[in-house]
Design a protein around this ligand. Structure first.
Ligand code: COA
Length: 310
């Protein structure tokens, strides 16, 4: 495993250091940040110093808590804690991000990076729990693939009241099984006459026809459903090509396959967050796929879509 620090797309995940005390005390002293956590705000500088000294001295990969510092553009913006069980095969995770840096995907990016390290070290299962009112935390865990495992009612005494906890878990095999956001790219070859192209690819080149929207045996459509009549998929060996009939000038298209509508939405948020011009936001197309369209600088259309929900 790579030594700390490690970089993600926008962040650095590293060990804590003495210079972090002021920033750490500041974000942990925010009553909104502390609201569902076990500490009380404000956190005095002396207490912050004690904690940061402890964090800096801890060893990653040994049983007990290890706290990762999360840095963005040279500023400490939060922390992710992992408690490794004595058996080194189970762990618990917790996370905190300064209020000014919430809602930007930094927590997702930082926790994903830490989970990569934890699972790479051989952990089989990571657990997490949060206050049932802490919807930002529950959403974050679900986004990262955690499954909901229970609701403990009035289980924790927190800041003067009995509160409910939500329990979550993520198994190594489930994480391995979860496909990347974009799992395939199929060129859309724009053709003038679909029938002639099918004759060529299937009849002459030995491709098989996977489906054709206008074919009543097509995978997704009933006869009376609207469809793009001029689209078909042909494949042979490891290659698939989508043939799409269009009139006029033939630009081109790429078809990016995404496993689920939720992941199309996540890519939409990620790309709009980076200022990408989305030509058409995601919606369910008449043929059932949940699709957004993005134009590249040459006006090539990227069709980013997930299969129809059944
Ligand atoms: C829990 C906590 C870390 C979640 O932080 P967060 O900012 O909501 O999580 P992310 O950084 O992943 O941001 C996700 C949000 O940013 C939005 N976002 C904006 N740009 C984004 C991008 N480029 N990528 C991903 N998401 C982006 C997402 O749409 C999402 O919004 P939504 O939750 O309204 O759907 C934060 O609320 C926190 O620190 N709370 C206080 C401490 C705490 O309670 N910790 C948990 C204890 S169990």
């Amino acid at each position: 495993m790579r030594e700390l620090p490690v970089s993600t797309e926008r962040l650095i995940v590293r060990r804590f250091a003495a210079g972090d005390v002021a920033a750490f005390a500041a974000y942990r002293s925010d009553p909104e940040v502390a609201r569902y956590q076990g500490w009380d705000a404000p956190v005095p500088e002396a207490a912050a110093r004690r904690l940061v000294t402890e964090f800096a001295a801890a060893e990653e990969g040994t049983p007990g808590w290890f706290q990762y510092a999360v840095e963005c553009a040279g500023v400490l913006i939060g922390d992710v804690g992992v408690c490794l069980d004595r058996n080194r095969m189970q762990a618990e995770v917790g996370f905190t991000i300064a209020r000014a840096h919430q809602g930007k995907g930094y927590a997702t990016e930082a926790v994903r990076c830490v989970l990569d390290r934890v699972f790479a070290a051989g952990v089989r299962r990571v657990s997490a729990e949060c206050d049932a009112r802490n919807t930002a935390s529950a959403r974050l865990l679900e986004r990262l693939g955690f499954g909901a495992e229970g609701h403990r009612r009035r289980h924790t005494w927190l800041k003067g009241e009995w509160t409910d906890d939500l329990l979550f878990g993520l198994l190594a095999e489930r994480r391995r099984a979860s496909p990347p956001a974009i799992f395939a790219c199929r060129p859309n070859l724009l053709v003038g006459d679909l029938g002639a192209s099918l004759d060529f690819y299937a009849g002459a080149l030995g491709f098989r026809i996977g489906w054709r929207w206008s074919d009543p045996r097509a995978r997704f459509l009933a006869d009376d459903e609207p469809h793009e009549p001029g689209t078909a998929l042909v494949g042979r060996d490891n290659v698939q090509i989508m043939l799409t009939q269009v009139t006029g000038v033939h630009g081109t298209r790429l078809h990016l396959d995404v496993p689920s509508a939720a992941q199309v939405d996540e890519l939409f948020r990620e790309w709009t967050g980076r200022g990408v011009d989305i030509a058409e936001p995601p919606f369910v197309r008449p043929w059932g796929m949940y699709e957004m369209r993005v134009l590249d600088p040459d006006r090539t259309v990227l069709r980013v879509s997930s299969p129809p929900a059944h």
